[in-house]
Design a protein around this ligand. Structure first.
Ligand code: BGC
Length: 713
């Protein structure tokens, strides 16, 4: 290797490989430290020894990865392995679930969290994380909304970029960098009925408008790997969809990295009914543009014969193998294959990492309601902390916790106890009523000055394979809430979940509701800070909370119809039994302050091509203390050659104002901000009338109109 260029080295190596060894490089097997599918990899060690495995998932720690890496190095060609893992929201130190963290609207913070996860993973022997999940979703019945950044493609794209940069850093060979894996390509967030793994049927326009932007942004930011989705697209499973993987992703978007399938997605094509045999499935998948087969082992078992018979072109196999080998080179694996596993286990959850996790937790909470300013609570009173999640460390971590350690996590009770006098009562199970627990809880509430109820989903109720048709709080928890409210004690509701919930009843009963997702290792401490006012909530929803599950799927980015909503006109677009809008819309989130918004103004009424326009609004902090607000900018194209949403996010700014301070906040709108996929799906900016809107949420905006002229001058 000494002195050889990357190209020469890789081609020389390729020239020495048998077809079986080539298929081996495309074979991703699972170890036993975790599992996310039905099939497991048998004979992992024997396959590594024979050179029939190119990468391994679900094995971490320096010792465990070293043991396998040494086997790979002793295989005939000695090609090192890549180790991958589902590091979704932290590796050892867990920060809020991605949907929660997205509510911080803090790209710098999100990037720092990804960097921390990368460093912890790399120190644990890993090279590759299966994140970011950038699937847009408008349907909280789908349990995997927990892993994404919500409903908005523009914000989703910014978050995707921050995460890719955080994981990959500037150089993959940096010992704290890992490969990012953008998933799930594509459209996985739109399964019919919100049921996981279900069919996706979507127009090309909706793909381009809503679902593609975050994947595209992640690719443009340099993400090295992409994972296919389980679903089909226009009748062809994503893992065998040549249009998607080769024409669009590689061809139009210029993706240079490698594509891995999701877990057993190759052989699942037999279940989709588009392949009769493993050989069919492997051929379709490789020909579509897939490079690596996760756990199916169909590439390993079928590709050699397919190549020998001429059914698969050898160049196709060469190209896939070269992509994988090139990544191994870039990771420095050929130079120093044991670099990430040649040390003793390191202490991961350092004070610094925990402090970042706490900052992230603090910023992810969303204050949904605070009537009569009941929050923040005074620490100097008797507090009853009640509910099945009030003392659960595991549920504070949430779904997909990689190597996160529950014993290091802080529950709400852990956090409250450090700062206040608290009586705790469980009240009920997550889904089971219990009379004794209920009686204890009523007693605790009666004796307290104020009650904090912590209700919601446990960690198994969201994430993969956790779709729900009823997204209310479980019945027993609503019963508990009723009994506690009947005590007449002031009562604050803290909700935890991995998805937007239907909180219509709770909204009508509780003066204050704080949504706390699953906040991670430091969740309990951060929650106490916000409840007692040591920190103010700053989060804004990135996915609306519906009034009723019957409204789903829903988004604030809805398009105009031919019969717009009109409360008094029967033949207009509406429900007979519910309003159209969300209970808590996209962008909503209160803080411990109130603001006044002045009128929205534009720097001119005519915007010329190539010249940005400035949109401004004055905001005043009406309270007697400093406060932080995130202002949002939305636009609407009033007449275009294709239908455009009534509102689309195009900017946001977080500002902090002193007591009584006013500030003019300005946004620049450029041609690119007004562009949309035209009739041929290519980006287009048209002349005509537009509305720019500024406000504290998608449902509360002031607006100004302007015209974009056809020509300059
Ligand atoms: C999930 C992926 C995950 C993979 C590996 C699959 O079931 O859909 O998101 O990365 O398992 O664990």
């Amino acid at each position: 290797m000494a002195g050889m260029s990357k190209d020469a080295f890789l081609h020389e190596l390729l020239g020495r490989m048998s077809v079986e060894e080539m298929a081996g490089q495309l074979n991703l097997l699972t170890g036993a430290m975790d599992a996310t599918g039905m099939k497991h990899s048998d004979d992992l060690e024997a396959k590594i020894r024979a050179g029939h495995c190119g990468a391994v998932l679900n094995v971490y720690t320096p010792a465990a990865t070293r043991a396998l890496q040494e086997l790979a190095l002793a295989s005939p060609l000695g090609i090192p392995l890549i180790f991958g893992y589902d590091v979704i929201h932290g590796h050892r130190t867990i920060y809020p679930i991605p949907l929660g963290l997205s509510c911080s609207w803090n790209l710098d913070l999100i990037g720092r969290c990804a960097r921390m996860a990368a460093a912890e993973s790399a120190a644990d022997g890993l090279h590759w994380v299966y994140s970011p999940m950038v699937d847009i979703s408008q349907d909280p019945r789908w349990g995997r909304v927990a892993e994404g950044a919500g409903e908005d493609p523009w914000l989703g794209a910014q978050i995707a970029v921050a995460m890719v940069r955080g994981y990959q850093g500037n150089d993959l060979a940096d010992p704290t960098s890992v490969l990012a894996c953008v998933k799930h390509f594509a459209l996985y967030g739109a399964p019919m009925g919100g049921r996981d793994y279900h069919t996706v049927d979507m127009s090309r326009r909706e793909m381009e408008d809503t679902y593609f932007p975050p994947y595209r942004a992640a690719i443009d930011a340099g993400a090295r790997t992409v994972m296919t989705a389980f679903n089909d697209i226009d009748g062809i499973p994503a893992s065998a969809n040549r249009w998607l993987l080769t024409e669009l992703l590689r061809g139009q978007w210029g993706f240079q990295g490698w594509i891995v399938t999701d877990y057993t997605a190759v052989t699942e094509m037999k279940n989709h009914g588009t392949a009769a045999t493993d050989a069919d499935a492997a051929r379709q998948s490789l020909e579509a543009g897939v490079d690596m087969d996760m756990v199916s082992e169909a590439f390993l078992s079928e590709l050699p014969a397919l190549v020998k018979s001429g059914a698969v072109r050898e160049e196709q196999l060469d190209a896939a193998v070269l992509r994988v080998l090139e990544t191994k080179w870039d990771l420095g694996l050929f130079r120093d294959p044991l670099a990430r596993c040649n040390h003793e286990p390191v202490i991961h959850s350092t004070a610094e990492n925990r402090s970042l996790a706490r900052e992230a937790a603090r910023e992810s909470m969303v204050l949904l309601k605070n009537e009569g300013e009941i929050l923040p609570l005074s620490k100097h009173q008797n507090i009853a902390l009640i509910g099945p999640l009030a003392d659960s460390r595991r549920d504070m971590l949430g779904c997909w916790i990689a190597a996160g350690d529950e014993s290091l996590a802080a529950s709400p009770l852990d956090g409250f106890r450090e700062v206040a006098t608290v009586v705790h009562a469980q009240g009920c199970g997550i889904s089971e009523a219990n009379e004794d627990l209920l009686a204890d809880a009523i007693r605790a509430a009666t004796q307290a000055d104020v009650v904090v109820l912590v209700l919601g989903e446990n960690w198994q109720m969201n994430g993969e394979a956790a779709s729900r048709t009823d997204i209310r709080l479980p019945q027993c928890q609503r019963e508990l809430a009723k009994h506690i409210l009947q005590t007449g004690k002031p009562c604050v509701l803290v909700t935890m979940s991995g998805r937007p919930l239907e909180l219509t009843w709770e909204n009508s009963q509780f003066p204050a509701i704080l949504h706390a997702w699953a906040l991670g290792t430091e969740g309990g401490h951060a929650l106490a800070e916000v409840i007692f006012g040591d920190a103010a909530p700053v989060g804004k929803l990135t996915m609306g909370f519906p009034r009723s599950v019957g409204q789903l799927p829903m988004t604030y980015r809805e398009k105009p119809t031919g019969r717009p909503f009109n409360a008094t006109e029967k033949y207009s677009s509406k429900y007979l039994d519910a309003p159209n809008d969300a209970l808590y819309p996209f962008g909503h989130g209160l803080t411990y302050a109130a603001f006044d918004y002045g009128p929205v103004t534009a720097s001119c009424t005519e915007m010329k091509p190539g010249e940005p326009i400035t949109v401004s609004a004055e905001i005043t902090n009406r309270t007697g203390h400093p406060a932080t607000e995130t202002l949002q900018l939305y636009v609407r194209d009033l007449v275009a050659s294709v239908t455009r949403p009534l509102k689309e996010l195009r900017g946001f700014q977080r500002i902090t104002l002193d007591a009584g301070e006013s500030k003019v906040v300005s946004f620049q709108l450029t041609d690119a901000d007004l562009a949309f996929p035209g009739p041929d799906y290519q980006p287009l900016t048209e002349p005509g009338d537009f509305v720019a809107m500024v406000g504290p949420s998608s449902a509360s905006v002031g607006c100004v109109r302007f015209t974009r002229t056809a020509i300059n001058g």
